[in-house]
Design a protein around this ligand. Structure first.
Ligand SMILES: NC(=O)c1ccc[n+]([C@@H]2O[C@H](COP(=O)([O-])OP(=O)(O)OC[C@H]3O[C@@H](n4cnc5c(N)ncnc54)[C@H](O)[C@@H]3O)[C@@H](O)[C@H]2O)c1
Length: 104
């Protein structure tokens, strides 16, 4: 399954890593460019036991990627084919309003 996880904080990052580790292709999206750049370089914004290993393993196997490109990620996850793919919103608050800012 192709999955876009929008918001790569405590909830989104852990969820995205676990989805990837169970065999899904996952794009973890965030508006914070520095956070995404750090994640691409293996620098995590949070500590959870085992998370670093999960992320390293799944980025290396290309099941997990980090991006600021929401539109592309949602389109690739197949927003409109709900039974074959998923998009999760893991943002702080008012997710629908925030999503509208991304012109999605
Ligand atoms: N952390 C918890 O234990 C917990 C428990 C229950 C519910 N929640 C809920 O889950 C959601 C996420 O919580 P969290 O702790 O992961 O928050 P967080 O602040 O750690 O992460 C949110 C991320 O979303 C990103 N973001 C904000 N607007 C965005 C946008 N328009 N597009 C892409 N990314 C965007 C932020 O940059 C941030 O990295 C919140 O609604 C929170 O209330 C969290």
């Amino acid at each position: 399954m192709k999955i876009a996880v929008i918001g790569s904080g405590y909830v989104g990052l852990v969820a995205g890593a676990c989805f990837a580790d169970t065999g899904n292709d996952v794009a973890c999206v965030d508006i914070d460019e520095k956070k995404i750049e750090n994640l691409k370089n293996g620098i995590l914004p949070i500590y959870e036991p085992g998370l670093s290993d999960l992320i390293e393993r799944n980025t290396q196997s290309e099941r997990l990627k980090f991006t600021t490109n929401l539109k592309e990620s949602v389109e690739n996850s197949g927003w409109f084919s709900r039974f074959e793919s998923c998009t999760f919103c893991c943002q702080r608050n008012r997710a629908t309003y925030e999503l509208s800012k991304n012109h999605c």
